[in-house]
Design a binder for this molecule. Structure first.
Ligand code: COA
Length: 344
């Protein structure tokens, strides 16, 4: 079996079409209710990659030349977490249980050795149980177990959400909300990046990862990618008026990965010293109302939460978010993965 590396930085339109057609087969398997990713967005994604992400991709073909499996490895040029490498192995359904996943794991180990990485992380979800079986078989451990939770907008109790928003300034006097729909304004971006670090207070369960350290360049790179994909942002910050400090935020994107009918709820966080004033409910309630009023054609909001994140789940369950998929973040030392492939 031959594993070939592809140069992700110089793919032709035809090569991206082939890779995207393969990815769409797996997308259809796990999310048959969602639209396929159009080639034009796949082209944007390959050609607008954040510069701090180091992505390598490898493919396996059948004897007749058909693409049947792919490996992506990634790591971030950042201050922290330099021991980590993420990987994603995808084998087309008709070619599973023939050792191709194991062969690609061997390739991932070589990539980790080259980059000096010692811990693999990967995510599976329960719509495709083979992923969990493979992860368990190679000896990976569950680092964090969570769900993608989903709010169907037709089911939202609008009166309750309006109440949360009306109560916001009463329960949190001396704070105001600031909306950002486009790229972060130059006079706010340092603070927006700084408050993003509050996400490091969310539970990570057993994951052997350190705090993330975010930068202005990273935020600019993600904005560039998402706006180029045609996605739309709804960001809200909570400001402590007396000091001018941003003390909380919530961020949503509509149309990420071509999902025009879906809003992706990214982070929501409030600085520990400013908790207890219902800022989380004010922030999230306000953004949900913005979605209902500005995008009446959106069907759902999806978000990922660790199952142990009680404060966030408390708000999400009250809003009506329901479990959608079970997502497991696995981790395995590169040396442990090596033992598995060496024994095969
Ligand atoms: C997970 C995946 C990559 C495995 O690819 P694969 O080529 O079938 O893997 P291998 O043949 O090398 O399997 C290695 C071992 O994993 C275990 N395994 C893999 N699939 C399994 C399944 N469906 N049920 C039970 N065990 C399974 C077995 O122990 C297997 O060894 P065995 O066949 O000798 O019993 C493939 O199922 C896939 O593409 N799934 C969708 C994408 C995904 O979830 N990827 C994982 C995230 S990185």
């Amino acid at each position: 079996m031959r594993v070939d590396e592809i140069d992700v930085g110089s793919l032709t339109d035809a090569e991206i079409h082939e890779l995207n057609a393969f990815a769409n087969v797996l997308r259809e398997e796990s999310h048959p209710e969602d639209p396929l990713l159009p080639d034009e967005i796949a082209r944007v994604q390959y050609r607008t990659m954040p510069s701090h992400v180091v992505l390598r991709e490898f493919t396996v073909r059948s004897p007749d030349g058909t693409l049947i499996a792919r490996l992506s490895t990634d790591w971030e040029r950042a201050e922290n977490n330099q021991h980590l490498m993420g990987f994603q192995i995808e084998v087309s359904p008709a070619h599973r249980r023939q050792g191709i996943g194991t062969a690609l794991l061997r390739t991932a180990i070589a990539a980790a050795d080259e980059a000096g990485k010692t811990l693999f992380v990967a995510r599976t979800q329960d719509r495709v149980p083979a992923g969990e079986h493979f992860a368990a078989a190679i000896g990976a451990e569950r680092g964090m177990v969570g769900h993608t939770n989903r709010l169907v907008l037709a089911d939202v109790d609008r009166a309750m959400v309006e109440r949360w928003v009306a109560e916001g300034p009463e329960r949190a006097p001396g704070y105001s909300l600031i909306a950002v729909d486009g790229p972060a304004p130059g006079d706010l971006i340092d603070q927006m990046v700084d408050v993003l670090h509050v996400m490091n207070t969310a539970p990570i369960e057993n994951l052997q990862v350190d705090d993330d350290i975010f930068t202005v360049e990273e935020m600019r790179d993600f904005e560039k990618l998402l706006f180029a994909e045609g996605a739309q942002r709804r960001y809200l910050a909570a400001r402590h008026d007396a000091t001018g400090e941003l003390v909380g935020f919530t961020e949503m994107w509509r149309g990420q990965n071509g999902l025009r009918d879906t809003v992706s709820q990214w982070g929501t966080a409030v600085r520990p010293a400013h908790r207890g004033h219902a800022l989380g409910k004010w922030l999230k309630g306000t953004n949900v109302l913005r979605v209902l009023d500005e995008w009446p054609d959106v069907v759902d909001i999806r978000t990922h939460n660790a199952d142990s994140n009680e404060p966030m789940l408390g708000i999400n369950h009250a809003l009506g978010f329901k479990p959608y998929t079970v997502d497991i973040n696995w981790q395995i030392a590169v040396d442990a993965a090596r033992k598995y492939v060496d024994a095969r």
